[in-house]
Write a protein that binds this ligand. Structure first.
Ligand SMILES: Nc1nc2c(ncn2[C@@H]2O[C@@H]3COP(=O)(O)O[C@H]4[C@@H](O)[C@H](n5cnc6c(=O)[nH]c(N)nc65)O[C@@H]4COP(=O)(O)O[C@H]3[C@H]2O)c(=O)[nH]1
Length: 891
């Protein structure tokens, strides 16, 4: 499915998305890089310049501090030089009080000046205040040893009896001969050298101090904290390598671990150096603050960038998607419309004076132009009325204009009448669009054909093509409704073919179907077009003849119907004659609804059949009455076996040669407590229809066998008992077994039982019948064909049946003398029986003449009122016992 537009578009959409996301990620990365690089760069520059500035400040401050200390030391040395000068000039006559008086001594609070003798003692007369002895002090010994002309600077000396310390500055005193004459000293509090500490310039963590190359920090000040006389690593603290200047170097101060921009300047001609350190933290604090704010700004800028890019990316993807979707839609639409089984037409409306008068074809798909059997180019630009000129008349143009005018969709299934369009049935959906319409058209001919076919099959009889029961109902309802409005009548005619079953059973279903088709055609041809002919099934037809009060007119139509049905029908090159029974029910007098009318026409037809077939019966209330009786009989019949209401009468069969009774036919009677003795003619067919004949038949068989055996046992001459089997019984699968059991239970020899079957029964499903007959024969009984001559026996089959007797139907016997053709049939049956080596028995023999005729033509046996009516068992027994025979005169 790789090639489907959907798959492609999905892949393309994914690629597009990846591309967009990739681009935006790249832009984001670049943007972030620029922001952060610039930020770092600016911060770095600022920091560098700040650091440089800090180092520079450190140097400048150190230089300023150096100048100040030099000035201080200069002042100290100046005092020492002044005292030295005066002492050496005046000798011991000079005392410090002389200088003090003259105001030439600095204040003793800052500088404590003293003169010590060569042994280090400070004589009171020389000094203004007592001093601890300098004996043994390095500065005394140094001056004693060397007359270098320099100022000696001592390490920090604690002041005895106090927690303060001083630095001693001293110069050598000489006698006029140049010998050592003691020293002049000046004690200074070391913090004097850091009093210039300026927090504004040096900060809270900056440091200034004075330290000696001997590793003693004479004094050091950080903010207000002053440390005096601390030992340090000179090189480490100053950063001075090989006595070079340490100029603004970032060093870690060992006393507090802080990093400072440190400048140490050794004082010229002095063992001391000044040191200035500016705290890195303080110096960079502004930069750090800036850096913080820069980073925040960068972070905010980054976030803004990401958000903006993210939003842009989403918008871009969406835009891309909608672009893609639009593209996809176009592709899909194109593909779908091209592959579609539906034709579509885009039609622009043509307006004249603000009214739509026609359309012009703007676009169509493949199906669209193939439906016209042409190419696309032949349609595009053409007007609708050019393409379909009939559209102006058949309402199509009007419908399309309505769509434009009302803005409402038009949907329709229509039978195409336009020669230009190559389809019979079409479905269209027309929707309004800007400036015109779009019509989607589908060829539904196949579906419609199928629908029509299904509809036809659902409403018509498959064999004859006539309306079926369903359609009949519809038509009848419609006819009744119309008749009710117009005060007309509707005749419902039930047509049942007489003798059709016989044709069907004897000649097969194919022949039967042919006959039905012929009759259907004849019926259709006879009635008017507005009438309905329907087939209900089997050989039953029903006609609806609406709109007639003229009874005579319709009666003559019915006569014509009977006439056309009775015309011969040719089957297998032979002609057959049918009759029919017609039952008529009329709206409104016989019923006011379809079901009632059909039922009543059926009742009337049944009555027609009862009345001897081939006649017309109109429904009457009496018929209804009879029907009710029938139903009554049927329900009473169900109880009859249990209530032991059946009995058998026996009619003797007489051998025409000997005149003696040789057999009997068992004929059932029904002794109903209220209806009295009911004839089998009234209930056998009912019992057949309801299936009750099966248990009734079993009973008859048992009773007949039992009775016959009883007579034999009673010493009467043995006779053959004939029992009628109905068609329904004959179809029972256990028939042979039932008969075998009956013989077994009754003890009657099988040779004394004869089974009578009607001609119609044996001619149905011949092969099966032959098989069953052989099985029955195998039991040892004999078989007679009853009512022979009334059906259509195929002589080619007859010889295959293992039968013993042909019984000539009493209808032929009845008219044996009055109608030549009947007598000929009797003769034929007798000779047919004999030629097949069967016995011929005539039934219904009522007169001597009939008997004589039969005897004359060699009939073997007879039964009939002439000899005896069917008799109850005891009467029959009496007859047997009487030894009655046919009188010799009749022989
Ligand atoms: N007019 C006239 N009729 C005569 C004469 N001799 C006999 N009959 C009548 O003719 C009928 C002969 O019986 P079927 O043809 O088998 O016709 C029988 C048979 O088909 C059927 N049937 C009677 N009993 C049974 C039965 O036990 N089982 C079955 N399946 N059908 C039976 O009912 C039909 C009528 O039976 P039934 O009313 O007993 O009528 C009997 C009988 O009473 C005569 O000289 N003149």
């Amino acid at each position: 499915m790789d090639h489907t537009p959907l798959f492609k578009s999905n892949r393309r959409r994914r690629l597009q998305m990846v591309r967009v996301i990739g681009t935006f990620l790249l832009v984001a990365l670049l943007g972030l890089a620029v922001i952060w690089f610039a930020t770092w760069h600016v911060v770095g520059l600022e920091e560098t310049s700040t650091r440089e500035a800090a180092a520079q400040s450190s140097r400048e401050l150190a230089e300023a501090y150096e100048a100040q200390v030099i000035r201080n030391l200069g002042a100290i040395d100046q005092t020492l030089r002044l005292v030295k000068y005066a002492r050496e000039l005046r000798g011991r006559a000079f005392t410090l009080s002389d200088l003090k008086l003259k105001g030439l001594l600095p204040p003793s609070l800052v500088f404590d000046v003293g003169i010590a003798s060569s042994d280090g003692t400070y004589r009171d007369e020389d000094n203004l205040s007592p001093h601890p002895s300098a004996a043994g002090k390095p500065w005394l010994e140094n001056h004693r040893a060397f007359d270098a002309g320099n100022m000696y600077i001592s390490r920090v000396q604690p002041v005895a009896g106090s927690d303060t310390s001083v630095m001693i500055f001293s110069r050598r005193l000489n006698t006029p001969s140049g010998d050592f004459d003691g020293i002049v000293t000046l004690a200074v509090d070391p913090s004097y050298f850091t009093s210039s500490y300026d927090k504004k310039r040096i900060g809270e963590q900056g440091v200034i101090g004075l330290l000696g190359q001997d590793g003693e920090f004479r004094v050091r000040r950080v903010a207000d904290a002053v440390a005096i006389g601390q030992p340090v690593n000179y090189r480490q603290v100053t950063g001075l390598q090989n006595a070079q200047y340490a100029s603004g170097a970032l060093l870690v101060s060992p006393w507090d671990g802080l990093r400072r921009y440190t400048t140490a300047l050794p004082l010229p001609n002095s063992p001391l150096a000044v040191l200035v350190g500016l705290s890195e933290t303080e110096q960079l604090s502004t930069v750090m603050q800036h850096r913080h704010s820069y980073f925040w700004q960068a972070a905010i800028a980054s976030a803004v960038l990401l958000i903006v890019l993210g939003v842009l990316a989403v918008l871009s993807i969406r835009l891309g998607n909608s672009e893609m979707q639009r593209h996809l839609l176009q592709e899909t639409y194109h593909a779908a419309s091209e592959a579609s089984v539906e034709a579509f037409y885009v039609l622009d409306a043509i307006e004249v004076d603000g009214k739509v008068t026609d359309f012009v074809m703007r676009d169509t798909n493949r199906r669209g132009f193939t439906l016209f059997g042409t190419q696309k180019e032949s349609l595009i630009g053409k007007r609708l009325l050019e393409l379909l000129p009939e559209a102006a008349q058949d309402g199509l143009l009007y419908d399309l204009i309505r769509v434009v005018e009302t803005g409402q969709t038009n949907e329709k299934e229509w039978r195409n009448q336009h020669p230009a369009i190559r389809a019979e049935w079409l479905y269209r959906e027309v929707v309004p669009v800007k400036g015109g319409i779009v019509a989607i058209v589908r060829d539904i001919s196949e579906r419609k054909k199928l629908e029509i076919q299904v509809q036809y099959q659902a409403t018509h009889d498959t064999l004859t093509g006539l309306a079926n029961r369903h359609l009949l109902n519809d038509r009848l309802q419609t006819a009744i409704a119309a008749a009710a409005r117009q005060r007309h009548a509707v005749w419902v005619v039930f047509v049942d073919l007489d003798r059709f079953k016989l044709i069907n059973d004897t000649l097969g279903h194919k022949a039967g179907d042919h006959v039905l088709t012929v009759i259907a055609d004849r019926l259709t041809a006879t009635v008017r077009e507005s009438d309905t002919v329907s087939r209900l099934g089997g050989d039953e037809f029903m006609l609806i003849l609406p709109g007639a009060h003229e009874r005579a007119l319709f009666t003559s139509l019915l006569q014509r119907i009977m006439g056309v049905i009775s015309q011969p029908v040719e089957v297998d090159e032979k002609e057959f004659f049918l009759g029919c029974s017609l039952g008529v029910a009329i709206y409104p007098q016989d019923g006011d609804n379809a079901a009632e009318l059909i039922e009543r026409a059926d009742i009337a037809m049944y009555q027609a059949k009862e009345s001897g077939r081939n006649n017309i019966q109109f429904f009457t209330q009496e018929m209804n009455q009879r029907l009710q009786e029938r139903l009554q009989i049927e329900s009473a019949l169900r109880l009859a076996i249990e209530q032991r209401e059946f009995l058998l009468h026996y009619q003797p069969k007489v051998d025409l040669r000997t005149g003696r009774i040789v057999g009997a036919e068992a004929l059932i009677r029904w002794q109903h407590p209220e209806m009295g003795m009911v004839s089998p003619a009234k209930f056998i067919s009912l019992a057949e229809e309801s299936g009750l004949i099966v248990p009734i038949g079993k009973w008859t068989l048992h009773e007949a066998c039992r009775q016959t055996k009883a007579w034999i046992d009673a010493g009467l001459p043995p006779l053959k008992m004939a029992v009628n089997l109905s068609a329904r019984q004959f179809r029972e699968p256990d028939l042979v077994q039932v008969i075998a059991d009956t013989l077994h239970h009754s003890g009657l020899p099988a040779g004394l039982l004869e089974i009578e079957l009607t001609e119609g029964m044996v001619m149905t499903d011949v092969n099966h019948v032959i098989k069953v007959l052989h099985e029955l024969k195998a039991l040892g009984l004999t078989i007679a064909i009853d009512d022979f001559g009334t059906g259509y026996s195929s002589l080619s089959y007859l010889h295959k049946f293992p039968i013993d007797v042909l019984k000539v139907d009493q209808s032929f016997v009845r008219d044996i003398q009055s109608q030549e053709d009947q007598s000929l049939i009797v003769q034929s049956v007798i000779s047919l029986a004999h030629s097949l080596k069967l016995r011929a028995i005539a039934e219904g023999v009522e007169t001597e003449a009939q008997l004589g005729y039969l005897r004359h033509h060699g009939c073997d046996e007879m039964q009939g009122y002439y000899f005896s009516r069917p008799l109850p068992a005891d009467a029959f027994q009496a007859l047997l016992a009487s030894g009655k025979t046919l009188t010799p005169t009749s022989t």
